[in-house]
Design a protein around this ligand. Structure first.
Ligand code: XIL
Length: 419
């Protein structure tokens, strides 16, 4: 089995290129109309659950979440207004959000309506990363990110900033110029310019993304990334200080992945991240929150449980908030049957969220995408996938913007939060 990291890395290496590939007949049987016109955008977001109502006898021992309900409770059917994710989140001390691609948002009124109705916070999928903002050495391109901030302001939504420092979004011109220029100055200047531009308008900034990698074998656990090589271990401190100076209002966040499972690998990464956070705290480096990316695999052989719960509690004990920043459920290991797949994906969300949300330190829950129309999990290359041509069903809405079981599982988890 490919590890999540390998899948993630291969996908990241592929860059942002993406094309919609939706094979007919993958949508659920009960959504007949949707199956016939899978790419047709509904005029407005739906009022009721229209999928997943047919019984299904197929049993799966490996992914066994118990008997699959065949009919959803009546009261679970409305998804708009007071029944939206954001309202249910609010009742339980949470802010619900999602990442969006700005171009998709600009060109699709139904998507705009869905997003504005369901979420209180947005994060641009790529538009605030170096590669998008810095096409050339001396030019910043804020067109897309400005548009996102404009949309959010219009709909009174919050914005997360993602991300100021990430070894996987380094423009080619910068890779080429390493060693030839003052990298500390370049990094600080970037943070001042970007975080300064949106000062006071950002809920939280992912200042540093994915800085820990146990497999790189360093005592401090730091990943041998572009920024590590260019500046050395104190690039992290430098970035957090510059971010605080540029925007004193934003919650400064350290964001990372592969910390979710009860596996040795994830346990090791959790320990190293906690050590990093404590070092930063001891040295008075400004830091407010930790992001758990939460890219979950529905076919993982590992459980989600004590490891995650203890990690969140340890972060809370350090005095930091915790955000679930990029949640989605990878479904490649599941069988083709769409109903079964949706059910297992939904229960995977539920299990994960029930554990995480039990801790009051969790303040935000964002999915990495909104609907199956666009998810990075479908980005090429997919030859390492078991089902390279099968679109993932990993988000709360299907490609026709109808809510799927994951939506209801997420909303139920908010509702069962005792906080
Ligand atoms: C991904 C985007 O979704 C892709 O479109 C892009 O090609 C690569 O980056 N962890 C992160 C996110 O912190 O920035 C990544 O987003 C997904 C993994």
């Amino acid at each position: 089995m490919l590890t999540r990291r390998k899948i993630l890395m291969q996908t990241l290496q592929a860059g942002a290129a993406w094309a919609i590939s939706r094979s007919g007949g993958v949508l659920v049987a009960s959504a007949q109309q949707a199956a016939q016109t899978p790419n047709k955008t509904p005029a407005r977001a739906p009022d009721v659950m229209t999928v997943n109502s047919a019984p299904h006898p197929q049993a799966l021992s490996h992914y066994d979440f118990g008997p699959m309900p065949t009919v959803l409770p009546r009261e679970a059917k409305a998804v708009r207004g007071p029944h939206s994710l954001k309202k249910h989140a609010q009742y339980h001390g949470l802010i619900a959000g999602a990442c969006v691609g700005v171009r998709a948002l600009q060109s699709d009124p139904a998507f705009q309506e869905l997003v504005a109705e369901q979420y209180s916070i947005l994060v641009p999928e790529g538009e605030l990363k170096w590669r998008a903002l810095r096409p050339t050495e001396d030019r910043f391109d804020f067109a897309a990110s400005d548009a996102l901030f404009g949309f959010a302001a219009k709909h009174r939504m919050l914005v997360r900033g993602h991300t100021l420092v990430w070894g996987n979004s380094v423009p080619d011109w910068l890779k080429g110029s390493a060693g030839k220029r003052d990298m500390r100055e370049l990094l600080v200047d970037h943070i001042r310019t970007v975080a300064g531009r949106y000062r006071g308008r950002v809920h939280s900034w992912d200042v540093v993304n994915e800085a820990i990698e146990p497999k790189d074998g360093q005592l401090n656990g730091l990943r041998k990334s572009f920024w590590y090589d260019a500046i050395g271990p104190d690039y992290i401190e430098l970035a957090f200080r510059a971010a605080r100076e540029a925007d004193p209002h934003a919650k400064l966040t350290y964001n990372d992945y592969a910390v979710e499972y009860d596996s040795d690998e994830d346990a090791e990464r959790r320990t190293l991240i906690l050590a990093l956070l404590r070092r930063l705290r001891e040295r008075d480096i400004p830091l407010d929150a930790v992001g758990i990316q939460s890219h979950i695999n529905a076919g993982s052989p590992y459980t989600v449980g004590k490891g995650l719960a203890d990690y969140i509690e340890s972060v809370r004990a350090i005095g930091l908030e915790v955000y679930l920043t990029e949640m989605d459920v990878y479904d490649d290991d599941l069988p083709d049957d769409v109903q079964r797949r949706d059910y297992v994906v939904a229960e995977t969300y539920r299990q994960f969220l029930n554990i995480a949300l039990a801790n009051p330190a969790i303040k935000l829950v964002l999915t990495w995408g909104v609907s199956d129309r666009r998810t990075w999990l479908n980005d090429p290359p997919r030859d390492h996938h078991k089902h390279p041509n099968r679109p993932q069903r990993s988000l709360p809405f299907d490609s026709g913007y109808r809510p799927v079981r994951a939506f209801f599982a997420i909303r139920d988890s908010y509702d069962s939060r005792k906080i």
